[in-house]
Design a protein around this ligand. Sequence first.
Ligand code: NAD
Length: 484
Amino acid sequence: MGFFAQHDWEGRTYLGGWIELGATADAVSPSTGESLASFAVASPADVETATDLAVSAQRTWASTSPEERSAVLRRAAAILEDQRGVLERWLQDEAGSAPGKAAFEVGLVASELHLASATAMVPYGQVLRSGRPRLSLSRRVPVGVVGVISPFNFPAILAMRSIAPALALGNAVVLKPDPRTTIAGGLLLAAVLEEAGLPVGVLNVVPGGTEVGAALVDEPRVPVISFTGSTPAGRAIAERGGRLLKRVHLELGGNNALVVLEDADVEAAASAGAWGSFLHQGQICMTTGRHLVHESLYDRYVALLSEKAARIPAGPPASGAPLGPIIDAGQRDKVHSVVTRSVDAGARLTAGGTYEALFYAPSVLADVAPGHAAFEEEIFGPVASITPFSTTDQLVQLVNSSPYGLSIGILTGDAYAAFELAERLSSGIVHINDQTVDDEAQAPFGGVGASGTGVRFGGHEANIEAFTETQWVTMQARIAEYPF
Ligand code: NAD
Protein backbone atom coordinates (compact mmCIF):
# COMPACT_ATOMS: atom_id res chain seq x y z
CA MET A 1 0.00 0.00 0.00
CA GLY A 2 1.56 3.26 -1.07
CA PHE A 3 0.95 6.05 1.36
CA PHE A 4 0.62 8.50 -1.52
CA ALA A 5 -1.17 6.28 -4.05
CA GLN A 6 -4.78 7.42 -3.94
CA HIS A 7 -5.91 4.60 -6.24
CA ASP A 8 -4.86 2.13 -3.51
CA TRP A 9 -7.37 3.46 -0.98
CA GLU A 10 -9.98 5.15 -3.19
CA GLY A 11 -13.50 3.96 -2.26
CA ARG A 12 -12.20 1.97 0.74
CA THR A 13 -11.41 2.14 4.40
CA TYR A 14 -8.82 0.45 6.60
CA LEU A 15 -10.63 -2.30 8.49
CA GLY A 16 -8.53 -5.45 8.74
CA GLY A 17 -6.79 -4.23 5.55
CA TRP A 18 -8.09 -1.95 2.79
CA ILE A 19 -11.67 -2.96 2.07
CA GLU A 20 -14.80 -1.70 0.40
CA LEU A 21 -18.06 -1.48 2.37
CA GLY A 22 -21.57 -1.08 0.98
CA ALA A 23 -21.69 2.71 1.03
CA THR A 24 -19.26 5.43 -0.05
CA ALA A 25 -19.06 9.19 0.41
CA ASP A 26 -16.94 11.91 -1.18
CA ALA A 27 -14.23 14.02 0.37
CA VAL A 28 -15.10 17.54 -0.77
CA SER A 29 -12.88 20.62 -1.04
CA PRO A 30 -14.30 23.48 1.04
CA SER A 31 -12.43 25.91 -1.26
CA THR A 32 -13.92 24.78 -4.56
CA GLY A 33 -16.75 22.38 -3.71
CA GLU A 34 -15.15 19.76 -5.97
CA SER A 35 -14.99 16.09 -5.05
CA LEU A 36 -11.43 15.05 -4.16
CA ALA A 37 -11.82 11.33 -3.55
CA SER A 38 -14.32 8.79 -2.30
CA PHE A 39 -14.08 6.58 0.76
CA ALA A 40 -16.09 3.74 2.27
CA VAL A 41 -18.62 4.72 4.94
CA ALA A 42 -19.02 2.41 7.94
CA SER A 43 -22.28 1.39 9.61
CA PRO A 44 -22.76 0.65 13.31
CA ALA A 45 -22.36 -3.05 12.39
CA ASP A 46 -18.92 -2.26 10.96
CA VAL A 47 -17.95 -0.81 14.34
CA GLU A 48 -18.60 -4.26 15.79
CA THR A 49 -16.41 -5.83 13.11
CA ALA A 50 -13.68 -3.26 13.76
CA THR A 51 -13.81 -4.07 17.46
CA ASP A 52 -13.64 -7.85 16.79
CA LEU A 53 -10.51 -7.28 14.72
CA ALA A 54 -9.00 -4.93 17.30
CA VAL A 55 -9.69 -7.25 20.24
CA SER A 56 -8.00 -10.21 18.58
CA ALA A 57 -5.04 -8.22 17.21
CA GLN A 58 -4.44 -6.39 20.52
CA ARG A 59 -3.19 -9.41 22.49
CA THR A 60 -0.40 -10.15 20.03
CA TRP A 61 0.45 -6.46 19.66
CA ALA A 62 0.70 -6.02 23.45
CA SER A 63 3.09 -8.97 23.65
CA THR A 64 5.48 -7.69 20.97
CA SER A 65 8.63 -6.18 22.42
CA PRO A 66 8.61 -2.50 23.32
CA GLU A 67 11.48 -2.05 20.84
CA GLU A 68 9.28 -3.36 18.07
CA ARG A 69 6.32 -1.13 18.94
CA SER A 70 8.67 1.81 19.29
CA ALA A 71 10.24 1.06 15.90
CA VAL A 72 6.87 1.05 14.11
CA LEU A 73 6.10 4.52 15.46
CA ARG A 74 9.60 5.79 14.62
CA ARG A 75 9.31 4.48 11.07
CA ALA A 76 5.87 6.11 10.72
CA ALA A 77 7.42 9.44 11.73
CA ALA A 78 10.20 8.97 9.19
CA ILE A 79 7.76 8.10 6.37
CA LEU A 80 5.68 11.14 7.19
CA GLU A 81 8.71 13.41 7.32
CA ASP A 82 10.09 12.05 4.03
CA GLN A 83 6.77 12.43 2.24
CA ARG A 84 5.34 15.33 4.20
CA GLY A 85 3.95 16.94 1.05
CA VAL A 86 1.26 14.23 0.74
CA LEU A 87 -0.43 14.95 4.06
CA GLU A 88 0.18 18.69 3.69
CA ARG A 89 -1.66 18.69 0.38
CA TRP A 90 -4.63 16.79 1.81
CA LEU A 91 -4.77 19.15 4.78
CA GLN A 92 -4.93 22.01 2.31
CA ASP A 93 -7.42 20.44 -0.09
CA GLU A 94 -9.75 18.63 2.29
CA ALA A 95 -9.48 20.65 5.52
CA GLY A 96 -8.95 24.11 3.96
CA SER A 97 -5.60 24.61 5.71
CA ALA A 98 -3.32 27.40 4.53
CA PRO A 99 0.13 26.02 3.58
CA GLY A 100 1.81 27.23 6.81
CA LYS A 101 -0.86 25.64 9.01
CA ALA A 102 -0.67 22.37 7.06
CA ALA A 103 3.12 22.25 7.45
CA PHE A 104 2.87 23.03 11.17
CA GLU A 105 0.33 20.24 11.64
CA VAL A 106 2.41 17.63 9.83
CA GLY A 107 5.42 18.59 11.98
CA LEU A 108 3.29 18.10 15.10
CA VAL A 109 2.09 14.69 13.93
CA ALA A 110 5.67 13.55 13.37
CA SER A 111 6.66 14.92 16.76
CA GLU A 112 3.76 13.02 18.38
CA LEU A 113 4.97 9.80 16.74
CA HIS A 114 8.53 10.38 17.94
CA LEU A 115 7.35 11.04 21.48
CA ALA A 116 5.10 7.96 21.48
CA SER A 117 7.97 5.81 20.21
CA ALA A 118 9.82 6.81 23.40
CA THR A 119 6.70 6.30 25.56
CA ALA A 120 6.88 2.62 24.56
CA MET A 121 10.27 2.40 26.31
CA VAL A 122 9.88 4.35 29.56
CA PRO A 123 9.35 2.73 33.01
CA TYR A 124 5.73 1.81 33.50
CA GLY A 125 5.37 1.15 37.18
CA GLN A 126 6.80 1.38 40.68
CA VAL A 127 8.27 -1.01 43.20
CA LEU A 128 6.30 -0.53 46.40
CA ARG A 129 7.30 -1.00 50.01
CA SER A 130 5.40 -3.75 51.76
CA GLY A 131 5.09 -4.83 55.42
CA ARG A 132 5.39 -8.42 54.28
CA PRO A 133 8.28 -10.37 52.73
CA ARG A 134 7.21 -10.11 49.13
CA LEU A 135 7.67 -8.14 45.98
CA SER A 136 4.93 -5.54 45.71
CA LEU A 137 4.65 -3.45 42.58
CA SER A 138 2.26 -1.38 40.59
CA ARG A 139 2.39 -1.53 36.82
CA ARG A 140 0.42 -0.04 34.00
CA VAL A 141 -1.21 -2.47 31.58
CA PRO A 142 -2.93 -1.67 28.26
CA VAL A 143 -6.67 -0.98 28.47
CA GLY A 144 -7.29 -3.15 25.38
CA VAL A 145 -9.10 -1.23 22.65
CA VAL A 146 -9.16 2.57 22.62
CA GLY A 147 -11.91 4.35 20.67
CA VAL A 148 -10.77 7.66 19.15
CA ILE A 149 -13.33 10.21 17.88
CA SER A 150 -11.77 13.28 16.28
CA PRO A 151 -12.78 16.65 14.75
CA PHE A 152 -12.16 18.36 11.40
CA ASN A 153 -10.02 21.35 12.29
CA PHE A 154 -6.59 19.79 12.96
CA PRO A 155 -7.73 16.36 11.81
CA ALA A 156 -4.35 14.62 11.63
CA ILE A 157 -2.81 15.72 14.91
CA LEU A 158 -6.02 15.47 16.94
CA ALA A 159 -6.38 11.84 15.87
CA MET A 160 -2.68 10.95 16.09
CA ARG A 161 -2.18 12.41 19.56
CA SER A 162 -4.42 9.59 20.84
CA ILE A 163 -3.57 6.86 18.31
CA ALA A 164 0.22 6.99 18.70
CA PRO A 165 0.44 6.79 22.52
CA ALA A 166 -2.36 4.22 22.68
CA LEU A 167 -0.46 1.99 20.23
CA ALA A 168 2.87 2.61 21.96
CA LEU A 169 1.42 1.26 25.19
CA GLY A 170 0.11 -1.96 23.63
CA ASN A 171 -3.49 -1.05 22.83
CA ALA A 172 -5.42 -1.49 19.61
CA VAL A 173 -7.39 1.49 18.27
CA VAL A 174 -10.67 2.06 16.45
CA LEU A 175 -10.68 5.54 14.92
CA LYS A 176 -13.79 7.49 13.89
CA PRO A 177 -12.63 10.61 12.06
CA ASP A 178 -14.83 13.59 11.27
CA PRO A 179 -16.69 12.85 8.00
CA ARG A 180 -15.42 16.14 6.50
CA THR A 181 -11.78 15.09 6.95
CA THR A 182 -11.78 11.31 6.57
CA ILE A 183 -8.69 11.26 4.35
CA ALA A 184 -6.34 13.65 6.19
CA GLY A 185 -7.67 12.63 9.61
CA GLY A 186 -8.11 8.91 9.02
CA LEU A 187 -7.12 6.97 5.94
CA LEU A 188 -3.73 8.60 5.41
CA LEU A 189 -2.78 8.04 9.05
CA ALA A 190 -3.68 4.35 8.68
CA ALA A 191 -1.69 4.16 5.44
CA VAL A 192 1.42 5.63 7.09
CA LEU A 193 1.21 3.25 10.05
CA GLU A 194 0.59 0.28 7.77
CA GLU A 195 3.63 1.17 5.70
CA ALA A 196 5.62 1.49 8.94
CA GLY A 197 4.77 -2.15 9.77
CA LEU A 198 1.79 -1.92 12.13
CA PRO A 199 0.12 -5.36 12.05
CA VAL A 200 -3.30 -5.57 10.40
CA GLY A 201 -6.21 -5.21 12.82
CA VAL A 202 -4.34 -3.15 15.43
CA LEU A 203 -5.74 0.09 13.93
CA ASN A 204 -9.12 0.22 12.21
CA VAL A 205 -10.85 3.24 10.72
CA VAL A 206 -14.66 3.54 10.73
CA PRO A 207 -15.60 6.59 8.62
CA GLY A 208 -19.01 8.08 9.31
CA GLY A 209 -21.00 10.57 11.35
CA THR A 210 -22.60 10.76 14.76
CA GLU A 211 -24.30 7.36 14.58
CA VAL A 212 -21.00 5.60 13.92
CA GLY A 213 -19.37 7.55 16.79
CA ALA A 214 -22.28 6.64 19.05
CA ALA A 215 -21.91 2.94 18.14
CA LEU A 216 -18.23 3.14 19.13
CA VAL A 217 -19.14 4.73 22.48
CA ASP A 218 -21.79 2.03 23.03
CA GLU A 219 -19.46 -0.85 22.13
CA PRO A 220 -18.86 -2.63 25.48
CA ARG A 221 -15.43 -3.97 24.44
CA VAL A 222 -14.00 -0.46 24.04
CA PRO A 223 -13.30 0.65 27.64
CA VAL A 224 -11.67 4.01 26.85
CA ILE A 225 -12.98 6.71 24.52
CA SER A 226 -10.69 9.57 23.61
CA PHE A 227 -12.86 12.35 22.20
CA THR A 228 -11.87 15.73 20.81
CA GLY A 229 -14.67 17.97 19.62
CA SER A 230 -17.43 20.28 20.72
CA THR A 231 -18.73 20.59 24.27
CA PRO A 232 -22.31 19.48 23.43
CA ALA A 233 -21.06 16.33 21.68
CA GLY A 234 -18.65 15.71 24.58
CA ARG A 235 -21.52 15.90 27.07
CA ALA A 236 -23.58 13.41 25.01
CA ILE A 237 -20.62 11.03 24.78
CA ALA A 238 -19.82 11.31 28.50
CA GLU A 239 -23.44 10.49 29.35
CA ARG A 240 -23.50 7.44 27.07
CA GLY A 241 -20.08 6.28 28.21
CA GLY A 242 -20.96 6.87 31.86
CA ARG A 243 -23.77 4.34 31.73
CA LEU A 244 -21.21 1.72 30.68
CA LEU A 245 -18.67 2.99 33.28
CA LYS A 246 -16.18 3.86 30.56
CA ARG A 247 -13.26 6.17 30.93
CA VAL A 248 -14.03 9.04 28.58
CA HIS A 249 -11.28 11.57 27.87
CA LEU A 250 -12.83 14.82 26.68
CA GLU A 251 -10.97 17.64 24.96
CA LEU A 252 -13.66 20.16 24.15
CA GLY A 253 -14.28 23.73 23.10
CA GLY A 254 -12.88 27.00 24.35
CA ASN A 255 -13.54 30.73 24.54
CA ASN A 256 -10.00 31.75 25.26
CA ALA A 257 -8.97 35.16 26.58
CA LEU A 258 -5.96 37.17 25.50
CA VAL A 259 -5.25 39.65 28.28
CA VAL A 260 -3.45 42.86 27.33
CA LEU A 261 -2.19 44.52 30.52
CA GLU A 262 -1.53 48.23 30.92
CA ASP A 263 2.25 47.87 30.54
CA ALA A 264 2.14 45.75 27.33
CA ASP A 265 3.73 46.84 24.03
CA VAL A 266 0.49 47.49 22.17
CA GLU A 267 1.88 46.98 18.64
CA ALA A 268 3.35 43.58 19.51
CA ALA A 269 0.14 42.73 21.37
CA ALA A 270 -2.05 43.45 18.34
CA SER A 271 0.18 41.30 16.15
CA ALA A 272 -0.02 38.39 18.62
CA GLY A 273 -3.76 38.96 18.95
CA ALA A 274 -4.29 38.80 15.19
CA TRP A 275 -2.44 35.49 15.01
CA GLY A 276 -4.42 34.09 17.97
CA SER A 277 -7.80 34.97 16.44
CA PHE A 278 -7.27 34.45 12.72
CA LEU A 279 -4.93 31.45 12.31
CA HIS A 280 -6.78 28.66 10.47
CA GLN A 281 -9.80 30.97 10.21
CA GLY A 282 -10.24 30.80 13.99
CA GLN A 283 -11.21 27.12 13.79
CA ILE A 284 -8.98 26.07 16.68
CA CYS A 285 -10.06 25.12 20.19
CA MET A 286 -7.33 27.48 21.51
CA THR A 287 -8.28 30.39 19.23
CA THR A 288 -8.29 33.76 20.98
CA GLY A 289 -12.02 34.40 21.32
CA ARG A 290 -11.94 37.34 23.73
CA HIS A 291 -9.36 40.13 23.77
CA LEU A 292 -9.49 41.76 27.21
CA VAL A 293 -7.58 45.01 26.90
CA HIS A 294 -6.68 47.57 29.58
CA GLU A 295 -8.68 50.75 29.03
CA SER A 296 -5.51 52.85 28.62
CA LEU A 297 -4.53 50.86 25.47
CA TYR A 298 -8.00 50.03 24.27
CA ASP A 299 -8.56 52.50 21.39
CA ARG A 300 -5.10 51.97 19.97
CA TYR A 301 -5.44 48.17 20.19
CA VAL A 302 -8.83 48.22 18.43
CA ALA A 303 -7.39 50.39 15.64
CA LEU A 304 -4.27 48.24 15.18
CA LEU A 305 -6.12 44.92 15.20
CA SER A 306 -8.78 46.23 12.80
CA GLU A 307 -6.08 47.46 10.37
CA LYS A 308 -4.39 44.06 10.46
CA ALA A 309 -7.69 42.21 9.93
CA ALA A 310 -8.48 44.36 6.90
CA ARG A 311 -5.09 43.45 5.33
CA ILE A 312 -5.21 39.64 5.76
CA PRO A 313 -6.76 37.95 2.70
CA ALA A 314 -8.73 34.69 2.78
CA GLY A 315 -8.55 32.48 -0.32
CA PRO A 316 -7.94 28.92 -1.52
CA PRO A 317 -4.82 27.40 0.09
CA ALA A 318 -3.41 26.76 -3.40
CA SER A 319 -3.28 30.54 -3.91
CA GLY A 320 -0.96 30.85 -0.89
CA ALA A 321 -3.46 33.04 0.99
CA PRO A 322 -2.76 33.05 4.75
CA LEU A 323 -6.38 32.19 5.56
CA GLY A 324 -8.43 29.46 3.90
CA PRO A 325 -12.14 28.61 3.86
CA ILE A 326 -14.46 27.77 6.75
CA ILE A 327 -15.08 24.02 6.68
CA ASP A 328 -18.70 24.17 5.48
CA ALA A 329 -21.73 26.44 5.05
CA GLY A 330 -23.32 25.42 8.35
CA GLN A 331 -20.22 26.44 10.28
CA ARG A 332 -19.91 29.69 8.29
CA ASP A 333 -23.52 30.58 9.07
CA LYS A 334 -22.90 29.96 12.78
CA VAL A 335 -19.95 32.36 12.68
CA HIS A 336 -21.98 35.00 10.88
CA SER A 337 -24.85 34.61 13.32
CA VAL A 338 -22.52 35.34 16.26
CA VAL A 339 -21.31 38.49 14.50
CA THR A 340 -24.78 39.79 13.62
CA ARG A 341 -26.28 38.98 17.02
CA SER A 342 -23.39 40.77 18.74
CA VAL A 343 -23.78 43.86 16.54
CA ASP A 344 -27.52 43.86 17.23
CA ALA A 345 -26.74 43.75 20.95
CA GLY A 346 -24.45 46.81 20.76
CA ALA A 347 -20.98 45.58 19.67
CA ARG A 348 -19.16 47.70 17.05
CA LEU A 349 -17.96 45.96 13.86
CA THR A 350 -14.60 47.56 12.98
CA ALA A 351 -13.42 45.07 10.32
CA GLY A 352 -14.86 42.23 8.23
CA GLY A 353 -18.27 40.80 8.95
CA THR A 354 -18.63 39.69 5.32
CA TYR A 355 -18.01 36.52 3.35
CA GLU A 356 -17.79 35.11 -0.15
CA ALA A 357 -18.63 31.42 -0.54
CA LEU A 358 -16.88 29.83 2.47
CA PHE A 359 -14.22 32.54 2.77
CA TYR A 360 -15.03 34.66 5.83
CA ALA A 361 -13.21 37.96 6.10
CA PRO A 362 -11.12 38.37 9.30
CA SER A 363 -13.41 40.38 11.55
CA VAL A 364 -13.11 42.57 14.62
CA LEU A 365 -15.88 43.39 17.07
CA ALA A 366 -15.13 46.18 19.55
CA ASP A 367 -17.09 47.16 22.68
CA VAL A 368 -18.11 43.57 23.26
CA ALA A 369 -19.63 43.12 26.72
CA PRO A 370 -20.66 40.14 28.85
CA GLY A 371 -24.00 38.92 27.54
CA HIS A 372 -23.07 39.52 23.88
CA ALA A 373 -22.91 36.34 21.78
CA ALA A 374 -19.26 37.02 20.89
CA PHE A 375 -18.34 37.16 24.57
CA GLU A 376 -20.32 34.12 25.69
CA GLU A 377 -20.03 31.62 22.81
CA GLU A 378 -17.22 29.75 21.12
CA ILE A 379 -17.23 31.36 17.65
CA PHE A 380 -14.92 28.95 15.76
CA GLY A 381 -14.35 31.53 13.04
CA PRO A 382 -11.96 34.43 12.29
CA VAL A 383 -13.61 36.90 14.64
CA ALA A 384 -11.76 38.87 17.34
CA SER A 385 -13.98 40.35 20.03
CA ILE A 386 -12.52 43.12 22.19
CA THR A 387 -13.61 44.16 25.68
CA PRO A 388 -11.99 46.86 27.86
CA PHE A 389 -11.21 46.44 31.56
CA SER A 390 -9.88 48.79 34.22
CA THR A 391 -8.86 46.86 37.37
CA THR A 392 -7.21 43.49 37.95
CA ASP A 393 -10.17 42.22 39.95
CA GLN A 394 -12.50 43.12 37.10
CA LEU A 395 -10.18 41.36 34.66
CA VAL A 396 -10.08 38.17 36.75
CA GLN A 397 -13.86 38.22 36.95
CA LEU A 398 -14.17 38.66 33.17
CA VAL A 399 -11.74 35.83 32.40
CA ASN A 400 -13.29 33.40 34.88
CA SER A 401 -16.88 34.21 33.94
CA SER A 402 -16.58 31.86 30.95
CA PRO A 403 -17.61 28.25 31.57
CA TYR A 404 -14.68 27.25 29.34
CA GLY A 405 -11.08 27.06 30.59
CA LEU A 406 -8.66 25.94 27.90
CA SER A 407 -5.99 28.55 27.15
CA ILE A 408 -5.17 32.11 28.22
CA GLY A 409 -2.49 34.51 26.97
CA ILE A 410 -1.24 37.39 29.13
CA LEU A 411 0.73 40.16 27.39
CA THR A 412 2.69 42.41 29.72
CA GLY A 413 5.96 44.17 30.50
CA ASP A 414 6.11 42.41 33.88
CA ALA A 415 6.17 38.67 33.28
CA TYR A 416 6.44 37.80 36.98
CA ALA A 417 3.30 39.76 37.84
CA ALA A 418 1.52 37.79 35.09
CA PHE A 419 2.87 34.57 36.60
CA GLU A 420 1.20 35.50 39.88
CA LEU A 421 -1.99 36.57 38.10
CA ALA A 422 -2.15 33.19 36.32
CA GLU A 423 -2.82 31.46 39.64
CA ARG A 424 -6.15 33.30 39.86
CA LEU A 425 -7.31 32.22 36.39
CA SER A 426 -9.29 29.02 35.65
CA SER A 427 -7.45 27.59 32.69
CA GLY A 428 -5.62 24.42 31.76
CA ILE A 429 -3.02 26.44 29.83
CA VAL A 430 -1.52 29.93 30.38
CA HIS A 431 1.03 31.53 28.04
CA ILE A 432 2.76 34.65 29.34
CA ASN A 433 3.74 37.02 26.57
CA ASP A 434 2.21 34.86 23.89
CA GLN A 435 -1.21 34.40 22.35
CA THR A 436 -3.44 31.44 23.16
CA VAL A 437 -2.68 28.94 20.35
CA ASP A 438 0.17 26.49 20.96
CA ASP A 439 0.84 22.78 21.28
CA GLU A 440 3.90 20.59 21.76
CA ALA A 441 3.90 16.81 21.93
CA GLN A 442 5.72 16.81 25.28
CA ALA A 443 3.60 19.44 27.07
CA PRO A 444 0.44 18.66 29.07
CA PHE A 445 -2.46 19.90 26.94
CA GLY A 446 -6.04 20.18 28.15
CA GLY A 447 -8.71 22.32 29.70
CA VAL A 448 -10.95 22.65 32.72
CA GLY A 449 -14.70 23.22 33.06
CA ALA A 450 -16.58 23.06 29.77
CA SER A 451 -13.25 22.63 27.94
CA GLY A 452 -12.73 19.09 29.14
CA THR A 453 -12.52 16.59 31.92
CA GLY A 454 -9.95 14.16 30.58
CA VAL A 455 -6.40 13.62 31.56
CA ARG A 456 -3.92 15.80 29.72
CA PHE A 457 -2.47 14.98 26.32
CA GLY A 458 1.30 15.23 25.96
CA GLY A 459 4.34 13.73 27.61
CA HIS A 460 4.95 10.18 28.80
CA GLU A 461 3.16 10.58 32.11
CA ALA A 462 -0.05 11.85 30.52
CA ASN A 463 0.12 9.19 27.79
CA ILE A 464 0.42 6.43 30.36
CA GLU A 465 -2.33 7.91 32.52
CA ALA A 466 -4.69 8.15 29.55
CA PHE A 467 -4.15 4.83 27.84
CA THR A 468 -3.35 2.25 30.54
CA GLU A 469 -4.87 0.76 33.69
CA THR A 470 -3.05 0.36 36.99
CA GLN A 471 -2.46 -3.14 38.26
CA TRP A 472 -1.15 -3.85 41.79
CA VAL A 473 0.85 -7.08 41.80
CA THR A 474 2.39 -8.90 44.78
CA MET A 475 4.58 -11.96 44.55
CA GLN A 476 6.11 -14.16 47.24
CA ALA A 477 8.09 -17.38 47.12
CA ARG A 478 5.60 -19.61 48.95
CA ILE A 479 1.84 -19.60 49.46
CA ALA A 480 0.97 -17.30 52.35
CA GLU A 481 0.02 -19.13 55.57
CA TYR A 482 -3.35 -18.48 57.23
CA PRO A 483 -5.05 -19.81 60.40
CA PHE A 484 -7.99 -21.25 58.44
P1 NAD B 1 -18.17 17.90 16.88
O1 NAD B 1 -18.26 17.66 18.33
O2 NAD B 1 -19.39 18.23 16.14
O3 NAD B 1 -17.55 16.62 16.14
C1 NAD B 1 -16.34 16.02 16.55
C2 NAD B 1 -16.38 14.52 16.27
O4 NAD B 1 -17.37 13.90 17.08
C3 NAD B 1 -16.76 14.17 14.83
O5 NAD B 1 -16.01 13.03 14.46
C4 NAD B 1 -18.24 13.85 14.94
O6 NAD B 1 -18.69 13.02 13.90
C5 NAD B 1 -18.30 13.17 16.29
N1 NAD B 1 -19.57 13.27 17.00
C6 NAD B 1 -20.39 14.36 17.10
N2 NAD B 1 -21.41 14.08 17.93
C7 NAD B 1 -21.24 12.82 18.38
C8 NAD B 1 -21.98 11.97 19.27
N3 NAD B 1 -23.09 12.38 19.86
N4 NAD B 1 -21.50 10.73 19.51
C9 NAD B 1 -20.37 10.31 18.94
N5 NAD B 1 -19.63 11.05 18.08
C10 NAD B 1 -20.07 12.29 17.80
O7 NAD B 1 -17.05 18.99 16.74
P2 NAD B 1 -16.80 20.02 15.56
O8 NAD B 1 -17.73 21.15 15.73
O9 NAD B 1 -16.72 19.35 14.27
O10 NAD B 1 -15.31 20.47 15.99
C11 NAD B 1 -15.06 21.64 16.55
C12 NAD B 1 -15.13 21.57 18.07
O11 NAD B 1 -14.06 20.79 18.57
C13 NAD B 1 -14.94 22.93 18.69
O12 NAD B 1 -15.83 23.09 19.77
C14 NAD B 1 -13.51 22.91 19.18
O13 NAD B 1 -13.22 23.80 20.22
C15 NAD B 1 -13.36 21.49 19.59
N6 NAD B 1 -11.95 21.11 19.62
C16 NAD B 1 -11.35 20.89 20.83
C17 NAD B 1 -9.99 20.60 20.89
C18 NAD B 1 -9.29 20.37 22.21
O14 NAD B 1 -8.22 19.78 22.21
N7 NAD B 1 -9.83 20.81 23.33
C19 NAD B 1 -9.26 20.53 19.70
C20 NAD B 1 -9.91 20.78 18.49
C21 NAD B 1 -11.26 21.05 18.47
